[in-house]
Design a protein around this ligand. Structure first.
Ligand SMILES: [Cu+2]
Length: 288
């Protein structure tokens, strides 16, 4: 897997220049190498890797245009007031305190803008919430402070995913604090339903490039879905403050071909067959 090169500022300058010249296609070859994680001097968000994230980006860009126009309009009004009505040019101020038409307009226009924004926003919420035809399911369970992944379509395949040490990260080629011992593995191009829950406190399963952020609430199951459109390694983190080791429960997802997934699943079933680690670790934490 290609990794983000270390030359942070050079990459930033290259990317900024590309964006300014409107030649992002030139960089397309190197973008895939950046897809999986944040990098030094990053501008904007991580590249989208799923249809949900693409739509999130689209709404974000739409809102950016609206926000920019509103900000420029307000800036224009401010400048006009500052220049036209300052004490020197306008020594006797007007004593007008009400203007019905103006008041109706400045109430209604923001309401209409919000309604206009709400329509694509609700559409996106529905699109994100669930896919009616998932091809497989992975259950994600948050613990203080690691994740457990269950694959109900693969027998009772279940394993824990713990953070690696700095030395192990280096050895595995993982970015610091983002690598795990047992990553989640899913096939590329398949609609994967994730069921997210927790055994102790509220966690949040957050994978930026997938556009998934789902609360892991004890006694409750939340649902999300993703469909990765290209293979690779994608990273995420728990983003709900969940205790002292909150920053040390990363998420690592390997997106592989269907054939590789079948191979991995067969191996994983053997590897984790007698693995009762999850229950044991929870018991160990509980008895502390
Ligand atoms: Cu957490």
């Amino acid at each position: 897997m290609a990794r983000m090169p270390a030359g942070g500022f050079t990459e930033f300058a290259r990317r900024a220049a590309g964006a300014l010249l409107g030649l992002p296609a030139l960089l397309a070859g190197s973008v895939s190498a950046w897809a999986e994680q944040p990098y030094d001097w990053q501008l904007g968000m991580q590249p989208a890797a799923t249809p949900v994230r693409e739509r999130i980006d689209a709404l974000h860009n739409e809102l950016l245009v609206i926000i920019t126009l509103i900000t420029l309009f307000v800036l224009g009004l401010l400048l006009y007031v500052i220049i036209r009505f300052n004490a020197k040019r306008h020594p006797t101020p007007s004593r007008t305190s009400h203007n019905t038409l103006l008041e109706v307009v400045w109430t209604m226009v923001p309401v209409l803008i919000l309604v206009f924004i709400a329509i694509p926003s609700f559409k996106l919420l529905y699109f994100e919430s669930a896919d009616a035809h998932p091809q497989m399911t992975v259950k994600v369970t948050g613990h203080q402070w690691y994740w457990t992944y269950d694959y109900p379509n693969q027998g009772d395949l279940s394993f824990d995913s713990n953070i690696l040490s700095d030395a192990q990260d280096k050895q595995a080629g993982d970015p610091r604090l983002l690598g795990v011992d047992n990553p989640m593995v899913v096939p590329v191009g398949e609609v994967v339903r994730v069921l997210v829950t927790s055994t102790d406190v509220i966690h949040s399963w957050f994978v930026p490039s997938a556009g998934v952020q789902e609360y892991a609430v004890p006694g409750r199951t939340n649902e999300a879905w993703f469909k990765f459109d290209r293979p690779g390694v994608y990273y995420g983190q728990c983003n709900q403050i969940c205790g002292i080791n909150h920053p040390f429960m990363p998420i690592e997802i390997h997106v592989v071909s269907l054939a590789d997934f079948a191979k991995w699943a067969a191996d994983a079933k053997k590897k984790f067959s007698s693995n009762d680690n999850g229950a044991m670790q929870v018991a160990a934490v509980a008895s502390r």
